[in-house]
Design a protein around this ligand. Structure first.
Ligand code: CMP
Length: 137
């Protein structure tokens, strides 16, 4: 059965005109888009989405970046979609991510790293409920 994961195409990717590039890579892999919305995240949603990071030193600039412009939120589905999408995205720091991955090919930053994707089944469930409450299971 297809697994679902939550993907955010972050404000840097929208600003740089890379939304199509990111979606194309997901689709060419064989994953499907179950839901997609363009919206600007508010601080309350950022604090919930990044609940595990709110006390970290890097959180205030991360929050400002993530709430600073529109982003695209998606539910992406497919066989082992959570792991497959994380592999396609690459390591958090774009300077260290493998060439061939989205961040490895297109990002030079640890913060402005183009894409977020759920890192576990529990995160996917929590994040889908946060971004698409009407589609939560
Ligand atoms: P993401 O996959 O959305 O999960 C947490 C985000 O925090 C991460 O991508 C980066 O955008 C950001 N991040 C993680 N570690 C750091 C760091 N050391 N410095 C700046 N930003 C970070």
């Amino acid at each position: 059965m297809a697994e679902r994961t939550l993907v955010l195409i972050k404000p840097d990717a929208v600003r740089r005109g890379l939304v199509g590039e990111v979606i194309s890579r997901l689709e060419r892999k064989g994953l499907t888009i179950d839901a997609m919305t363009l919206r600007t995240m508010d601080v309350a949603l950022a604090d919930q989405h990044y609940a595990e990071h709110v006390e970290r030193d890097f959180y205030p600039p991360l929050r400002d970046f993530m709430t600073g412009g529109p982003l695209v939120s998606l539910i992406v589905a497919g066989d082992e979609a959570i792991t497959v999408v994380r592999t396609l995205i690459g390591a958090t720091d774009g300077r260290k991510a493998q060439p061939g991955s989205i961040r490895g090919d297109l990002s030079l930053s640890n913060r402005e790293n183009l894409v977020h994707a759920s890192d576990s089944p529990d995160s996917a469930k929590r994040e889908i409920a946060l971004w698409f409450p009407e589609l939560a299971e």
